[in-house]
Ligand binder design. Structure first.
Ligand SMILES: [Zn+2]
Length: 347
């Protein structure tokens, strides 16, 4: 079992908070994963929902459950940050010991950390809005939605039918679900799909030296924005971790491949975003490309994870999301970031 802990620093409101994701293939552990994600999100993003359904797999009909948390269900637009929480099934030993630390325990942990860190800032933005102090009304109409997909992995070989069970179900459901109680002034009929401003998917992350490419030209600006967040954090020395000579402002390398080094933009990697692409949703796919060497092997366990890398991802996601949603961290928050810790353990 691989457990990823995201532990916040001393300035934290709830110092005992930990995000734990346990990975394994047994039903009981699947239940535990869902429970831990849901329990963590419930007091933060209050509107958590389970989206359960059945689908036919090569091993018969199986039950799946996506987990969705929405800060403000009445908001007219949503930015979705997502990852899958299932681990790939292998029928026989020793492959059935596969855990999937980068695929996708670590990305799930990043999202839980983000929810916990940004929740007070989202509340403060809402208060500014109610007090008439929010300048950018357009941005203020966008809320944060986190989606944890079940059934991303194929049970056997990846095919259109044997893969991304949760994403296919949710995209189809949202396409046929009219929006209710929306604050939007746009005439109906709108569906839940129409509410998605951007869909951002994280996968195969947490190991050292990932290479992230821009996959879609219409979200190239969003790719540049997340790369810019990383650059500014590096320049301000936030990537120095323990060894002051490592990842200093002058000595670091980006996770993001500059777009002028890519001849063609392509969205060719199949993942949970595909059903949403087909419905015209704008996508940012944050995935290591080429795939990590540990991909779908027993080596994708805790030993594949790199603490400074995961710490960097947490910082990047916080800054990127704050800027996207026009959240204003208090000055003390900057100091808090310096105190952040991130650790993982095997149990
Ligand atoms: Zn996988």
């Amino acid at each position: 079992m691989c457990t990823v802990h995201v532990v916040s620093g001393p300035g934290h409101k709830t110092p005992t908070y930990q995000s734990r994701l346990c990975f394994g293939k047994e039903n009981k552990e699947d239940y535990n994963k869902r429970f831990l994600i849901f329990r963590t999100l419930q007091p933060i993003l209050k509107f958590g929902a389970r989206n359960s359904f059945s689908d036919t797999t090569p091993y018969g009909v199986k039950r799946f459950t996506n987990i969705i948390a929405t800060k403000d269900p009445k908001a007219s637009k949503r930015v979705i940050l997502s990852a899958h929480f299932d681990s790939k099934y292998f029928a026989s030993s020793p492959q059935n010991q596969f855990v999937g630390a980068t695929d996708s325990a670590a990305p799930c942990a990043f999202l839980l950390d983000l929810a916990e860190a940004l929740n007070p800032l989202l509340d403060a933005r809402q208060q500014r809005l109610e007090d008439g102090e929010e300048d950018d009304m357009d941005v203020a109409e966008t809320t944060l939605q986190l989606v944890f997909f079940d059934g991303e992995e194929a049970f056997k070989d990846w095919t259109a039918t044997d893969s991304i069970y949760g994403a296919k179900h949710l995209a189809s459901k949202w396409q046929s679900t009219p929006v209710q109680n929306s604050k939007s002034f746009v005439p109906s009929p709108l569906t839940e799909i129409d509410m998605i401003e951007h869909f951002i998917l994280f996968d195969l992350l947490g190991a050292k030296n990932p290479v992230i490419r821009s996959s879609y030209i219409n979200t190239a600006w969003l790719f540049d924005a997340i790369a810019s967040a990383e650059h500014r954090l590096a320049q301000s020395g936030h990537f120095v971790y323990k060894d002051p000579k490592v990842d200093t402002a002058d000595n670091w390398s980006s996770f993001f491949l500059p777009r002028d080094k890519i001849k063609i933009n392509f969205g060719g990697i199949e993942d949970d975003h595909i059903p949403f692409v087909k419905l015209g949703v704008d996508i940012l796919h944050v995935i290591s490309n080429p795939f990590l060497s540990v991909w779908h092997t027993l080596k994708d366990d805790a030993s594949a994870l790199d603490i400074p890398t995961m710490r960097r991802w947490n910082f990047i996601l916080r800054v990127f999301t704050c800027e996207y949603l026009n959240l204003v961290p208090p000055t003390s928050h900057a100091r808090r970031i310096d105190d952040e810790l991130l650790s993982f353990s095997v149990s």
